[in-house]
Ligand binder design. Structure first.
Ligand code: C2E
Ligand code: MG
Ligand code: MG
Ligand code: MG
Length: 289
């Protein structure tokens, strides 16, 4: 940006429009490149999954494992999901990508089960746009069938923005999943604006308290009050709660006193490759036994 400032002074404001224009053009070019690379990534399967455990600190069990997509582009290098998922959603590529994620994660969960590794559920993030996919239910059914993963071991994580996009369709779809015994989890809870109203209308089993409420939990009494309220609410509604983003013992201890038992975060494990997660699961079992 030093270069840009220099450019502006030299042209003493006269070329502000041109400056602005060329910045837009370079941003558009970057997005265009990213989109091309994403198309290629879908064709050439440049994706893989990382896995992060959800630990119950009271029972010492792993209640779930969240699958998180990773992309190593052959032309652009590693790109974070925060950057490419929104583009995939915008371009419709989220449908093939999302399907790949579900299939891959269910297959992996089944493999771990066959190895006798103990954990309860594989959790998969669904984008709002995936609910518009007319055959989503059929596709998930087919994947469960082909991978032989019983539906009770699948959890779908959705955010409030998913629910808002097409309320009736989404509610019906989620009810079908519920009837199939697939669990539904509300991700990033507390960051939307009408959380409480929607909790009643949709068949959730799990609430994930957003990381932003956990970050300064140990020295922020307001955040403690919010988490305490969420715990009371979830007990009343009989929901399982998972706190996201636990990084240290201070956060863990406060969550314990707030009677939140299930946690996910770097403190327990960073998201790991399938291979490393296998070792994590077998060592975790050894500690427990
Ligand atoms: P999310 O579903 O809320 O996932 C949690 C994010 O927090 C992950 O980031 C995870 O790596 C990160 N995280 C976990 N523990 C900690 C911690 O202790 N500290 C900090 N600072 N971060 C932690 P990631 O993997 O970059 O994913 C970002 C978001 O991208 C996800 O948020 C989810 O919304 C989306 N995403 C990831 N994989 C998929 C996918 O397969 N499909 C869809 N539709 N979205 C995905
Ligand atoms: Mg999630
Ligand atoms: Mg989350
Ligand atoms: Mg998130």
């Amino acid at each position: 940006s030093a270069d840009l400032a220099l450019y502006k002074t030299k042209n003493s404001g006269r070329n502000n429009y041109q400056f602005y224009h060329s910045k837009m053009a370079s941003e558009m070019k970057a997005e265009f490149e990213l989109e091309n690379a994403l198309h290629k990534a879908v064709e050439q399967e440049e994706f893989y999954l990382h896995y992060q455990p959800q630990v119950n600190i009271r029972t010492g069990k792993i209640e779930g494992i969240e699958a998180l997509i990773r992309w190593e582009s052959s032309s652009l290098g590693p790109i974070s999901p925060q950057k490419f998922i929104p583009l995939a959603e915008k371009t419709g590529l989220i449908q093939p990508i999302g399907e790949w994620v579900i299939k891959q994660a269910c297959q992996q969960a089944k493999t771990w089960q066959n190895m006798g590794l103990e954990f309860l559920k594989i959790a998969i993030n669904l984008s709002p746009q995936q609910f518009q996919q007319f055959n989503l239910i059929d596709r998930i059914n087919e994947i469960l069938h082909s991978t032989q993963l019983p539906p009770q071991f699948l959890e779908l994580e959705v955010t409030e923005s998913s629910l808002m996009q097409n309320i009736d369709l989404t509610r019906e779809t989620l009810k079908v999943f519920r009837d199939m015994e697939i669990s539904i989890s509300m991700d990033d809870f507390g960051t939307g604006h009408s959380s409480l109203a929607y909790l009643k209308q949709f068949p959730f089993q799990t609430l994930k308290i957003d990381r932003s409420f956990i970050k300064d939990l140990h020295n922020n009494t307001q955040e403690q009050a919010i988490v305490a309220a969420i715990m009371t609410l979830s007990r009343g509604l009989n929901l399982r709660v998972v706190a996201e983003g636990i990084e240290n013992t201070e956060q863990l201890n406060i969550l314990k006193t707030l009677e939140c038992e299930q946690m996910q975060g770097y403190f327990f494990s960073r998201p790991l490759s399938a291979q490393k997660m296998m070792f994590f699961l077998s060592n975790f079992q050894k500690i427990k036994d």
